[in-house]
Design a protein around this ligand. Structure first.
Ligand code: SF4
Length: 80
């Protein structure tokens, strides 16, 4: 996990634009079907319009999915 990528992802989470959200939506669909997406207790309060990843993190890299899908990071399983 590159922390800068995740910080960039949080910036995009807060400051959404159409391109980012279109890509994020595709990634969210893939993550939602992935067994590595897990519900995170600490992420309960992170709201997301993309309900399929709301409150979830990736247990491969430990990243919150709301930020990861909006970042320049890569999927550790190369699914996106
Ligand atoms: S980032 Fe990749 S490995 Fe992690 S939950 Fe999404 S699809 Fe699965």
């Amino acid at each position: 996990m590159d922390v800068r990528n995740i910080l960039y992802g949080w910036k995009n989470y807060l400051d959404k634009n159409e391109v980012t959200e279109a890509v994020a939506k595709q990634r969210a669909t893939i993550c939602a079907a992935c067994p590595h997406a897990k519900k995170g207790m600490l992420l309960t309060f992170v709201k997301d319009e993309l309900k399929e990843v709301e409150g979830y993190y990736c247990n491969k890299c430990g990243c919150p999915l709301s930020a990861k899908i909006r970042s320049n990071d890569i999927c550790p399983e190369k699914k996106w």
